[in-house]
Write a new protein. Structure first.
Length: 70
């Protein structure tokens, strides 16, 4: 699982998460707070609120990619 931060349509950062800790209070919040601090100048310039999503990345093998291109 990854936590992704977007500003508008732009992906700003994606961080891996420990699946077993996602339901623990404050776990996701600590990442979100750190990202907001890290990118506070960019957030201020963009004049938009950041959006956060938790996603499970799809890993595509080389063989799957070759098959889909045919």
């Amino acid at each position: 699982m990854n936590l992704m931060m977007f500003l508008g349509n732009d992906l700003i950062e994606s961080v891996p998460l420990e699946l077993g800790r996602i339901s623990k209070p404050g776990y996701l919040g600590s990442f979100k707070r750190a990202m907001k601090v890290k990118y506070q100048e960019l957030i201020r310039q963009c004049n938009e609120k950041p959006e956060f999503f938790v996603i499970e990345p799809v890993v595509e093998s080389k063989n799957d990619r070759i098959k889909s291109e045919r």
